[in-house]
Design a binder for this molecule. Structure first.
Ligand SMILES: *Cc1c(COP(=O)(O)O)cnc(C)c1O
Length: 233
């Protein structure tokens, strides 16, 4: 078998397994499968793997590093692969907002006003509004980023007024061991905010190891890397 055909088979198998896990988790919570979107996290994997995963039927991809993501998006466009939706899910510094505003469809990691303002200014007028999730820091860990829960309402109120941004929801990265507790806290915050923001429909939480817990606590978008593409080296 040629290497592409066996690589495609491997990715197809992984995709099916992850979709089965999502389905089982949705059934356990009496939720329709369609209530959870699958975001394939392709960071560190080559554009070629994205192309094969797209061939297997996956449309949404997530990247953590600005330059790596922008290069992959450009390469795939050059190769004629269109119709993919790109999500930026990594830490975003204010001097890197422009390429994100110009190349991505979503940003899951907006955590302060300055970043939101720059993204709004830099989003090209010819493109659809950039979809934004606010990253919330529920963990006490120093290493985690995100807005403090008590700062989220003010940030949301600002983002909702900015042109070229669409406030879609909330995102978090939980502290290991506290997944259930922090996912539930984010879900509660999401439910209190949703009635005030008409475009809010996305609760971005859950990765390869904890997607079941995330779905049990209301996730509408799981971000899955290693279970789809393999271990990152
Ligand atoms: C890497 C990463 C993921 C995917 O993690 P896996 O454990 O490989 O599924 C999801 N979200 C964010 C923010 C990440 O950085």
């Amino acid at each position: 078998m040629n290497p592409d055909a066996s690589e495609l088979q491997r990715l197809q198998r992984n995709l099916t397994q992850v979709k089965d896990r999502i389905q089982t988790a949705c059934a356990a919570s009496h939720r329709p499968d369609s209530s959870v979107a699958l975001l394939a996290v392709s960071k560190t994997f080559p554009a070629h793997d994205v192309a094969l995963m797209a061939q297997a039927g996956q449309t949404d991809f997530g990247e953590n590093y600005v330059q790596e993501g922008v290069e992959k998006i450009a390469l795939l466009k050059q190769q004629g692969l269109s119709g993919l939706t790109w999500h930026f899910i990594g830490p975003l510094q204010s001097n890197k907002t422009r390429p994100v505003a110009e190349n991505f469809d979503w940003v899951h990691t907006v955590e302060r006003e300055k970043i939101a303002q720059r993204l709004a200014e830099q989003r090209p007028a010819g493109l659809a509004p950039l979809n934004v999730c606010l990253q919330v820091k529920l963990s006490k860990e120093e290493s985690k980023s995100g807005a403090a829960p008590q700062a989220v309402e003010a940030l949301a109120a600002l983002v909702a007024t900015l042109p070229q941004l669409k406030l879609r929801g909330l995102m978090t990265l939980p502290e290991p061991g506290k997944e259930a507790e922090e996912f539930e806290q984010l879900n509660a915050l999401f439910e209190t905010m949703k009635p005030h923001y008409p475009d809010m429909d996305t609760l971005s939480m859950g990765m390869s190891a904890d997607l079941e817990t995330a779905i049990a606590h209301g996730s509408t978008c799981v971000r899955i890397g290693s279970a789809l593409f393999g271990a990152r080296t």
